[in-house]
Design a protein around this ligand. Structure first.
Ligand code: UT7
Length: 347
C-alpha cells in the first residue's frame, strides 16, 4: 500500500550558544529560575548574516543528503515558519531557489510552533493522493530578533534553529492518524502585535525596540498542559494503536515541565520521550523537526518504530500525528560514527 514516510532528516542550529548566565547579564533573571521553571540551560542565537532562509537551506540540504534524494526529485517544498525573512515573498520560495529545487511548488505555513506538524500532515495528503512522490518539509525559526530584554518571562524561553525531513511514497511505514486543532479565542496569548497590516510599524514602535514577541506565559502553560496529552490521546484513538505501542514521543520542546506533565498523563516513561529543550530552548516551528532529527541521529528510534509527534502554539493551535517509520532507514549518525566504513555517506 502506498504510504507517506520519513526517509531522511537533518537539522541546523547556529553556532552561538547563549547560556542562562549570559542572559542574566542583561536581564533580571538567573540560571536557577530559568532551569527550574523551564528546564532550559542554553539556546542558540543566529549570527547577523543568518536568516530563516539560510538556516532552512542548510537543514533541507542535510535532510536531502540523508535520504539520498537529489534536489531535482523534490515535487513540493513546505516550510513552516512564523519568523520568515519577509512578510512577502514567502520564505519557501527563497529556500526553493537556495536548494536548487525545481519550480514545482513551494509554500510557507505559518501556524506558530505547531507549523511543522501541520506541514507534515499536508505533505501526507499530497503523497497519499499520488500528487507527489517526494516532499521536503522544513521547520525553521529565528525568534531571537523579536525578543525584548524587558520581557524576561518570554525572552528566556526562545532560541533559533531549523529541522527538516524528506517525506516519500513508500510501501512500509506511514502516517496512521492525525489531529489538527485551532482556537482563535486564545489568539492574544502569543502574539507579535506590530509589523503586520493591523498595526504597521511607526517611529514610536521603533523607539520601543518593537516588533517583539509577547506571550501570556501562565495562560499558555495551562493550555499546553491540557492539550498535549489530549491531542496524543485523540490521535491514538484515530490510529490502530494504543499508548503502549508508542516507541518514542517527540513533543514540542517549549518547557520540560509541560513535557513531563504530558508524559505522566499518558503513562510514558522517560526513555519513551525525547527532550532537547535544555540545549535549544523553544525553537517554535523548528522544535519538533530538530528534536526528531536528533532522536533519529542518536538511534533513539529504529526502522519500523511507532512515533507520536505533538505540538501546540500560537493561534492557539495544536497538532499530533502517529506515524510508523519505514522498514528501511538511513543509518543513524551515532552508528555511522562507530563504523568508519559508512561514515561520511550522510551529513
Ligand atoms: O511555544 C509557545 C509555548 N509557550 C510556552 O510553552 C510557555 C508556557 N509558559 C511557561 O512555560 C511558564 O508560564 C513560564 C516559564 C513562562 C513562567 O513560569 P511560571 O511558573 O508561570 O512563572 P510566573 O509567570 O507565574 O512568574 C513567577 C515569578 C513572578 O514573580 P512574582 O510576581 O511572583 O514576584 C515573575 O515576575 O517569576 C518572575 N519571573 C522571573 N524571575 C526571574 C518571570 N520571569 C522571570 C525570569 N527570571 N526570567
Amino acid at each position: 500500500m502506498r504510504t507517506a514516510s520519513i526517509t531522511g532528516w537533518g537539522h541546523y542550529v547556529p553556532e552561538r550558544v547563549v547560556t542562562n548566565d549570559e542572559l542574566s547579564e542583561y536581564m533580571d533573571t538567573s540560571d536557577e529560575w530559568i532551569r527550574s521553571r523551564s528546564g532550559i540551560r542554553e539556546r542558540r542565537f543566529a549570527a547577523e548574516n543568518e536568516t530563516t532562509a539560510t538556516m532552512s537551506v542548510e537543514s533541507g540540504r542535510r535532510a536531502l543528503r540523508c535520504a539520498e534524494v537529489a534536489p531535482e526529485a523534490v515535487d513540493l517544498l513546505l516550510v513552516a515558519s512564523s519568523s520568515p525573512d519577509y512578510l512577502t515573498p514567502p520564505v519557501s520560495s527563497q529556500v526553493q531557489e537556495g536548494l536548487g529545487l525545481p519550480t514545482n511548488g513551494a509554500m510557507q505555513l505559518t501556524v506558530g510552533c505547531t507549523g511543522f506538524v501541520y506541514a507534515l500532515v499536508t505533505a501526507q495528503q499530497f503523497i497519499e493522493t499520488g500528487a507527489c512522490d517526494t516532499v521536503l518539509v522544513i521547520g525553521t525559526e529565528l525568534v531571537s530578533r523579536w525578543l525584548s530584554w524587558n520581557k524576561r518571562s518570554t525572552a528566556v524561553l526562545f532560541g533559533d534553529g531549523s529541522g527538516a525531513v524528506v517525506m516519500q511514497a513508500t510501501q512500509t511505514g506511514g502516517m496512521r492518524s492525525h489531529v489538527l486543532g485551532s482556537d482563535g479565542a486564545g489568539a492574544e496569548n502569543i502574539i507579535v502585535p506590530t509589523g503586520g497590516v493591523a498595526e504597521p510599524i511607526t517611529h514610536a514602535h521603533v523607539a520601543n525596540n518593537e516588533p517583539t514577541l509577547e506571550m501570556n506565559g501562565r495562560e499558555v502553560f495551562k493550555f499546553a498542559t491540557r492539550i498535549l496529552g489530549r491531542a496524543v490521546t485523540e490521535a491514538l484513538q484515530a490510529s490502530p494503536y494504543t499508548v503502549n505501542d508508542i516507541d518514542l514521543l517527540v513533543p514540542h520542546q517549549a518547557n520540560a515541565r509541560i513535557i513531563q506533565y504530558a508524559a505522566d498523563a499518558l503513562g510514558l516513561s522517560d526513555d519513551q520521550v525525547f527532550m532537547n529543550v535544555d540545549r535549544y530552548g523553544n525553537t517554535s516551528a523548528a522544535s519538533v523537526p530538530l528534536a526528531l532529527s536528533e532522536a533519529l541521529d542518536a538511534g533513539r528510534a529504529a526502522p519500523g518504530d511507532t512515533l507520536a509527534l505533538v505540538a501546540f502554539g500560537a493561534g492557539l493551535t495544536w497538532a499530533a500525528t502517529i506515524l510508523d517509520l519505514p522498514e528501511s532507514l538511513p543509518t543513524p549518525v551515532a552508528k555511522r560514527a562507530a563504523h568508519p566504513s559508512v561514515a561520511g555517506t550522510v551529513a
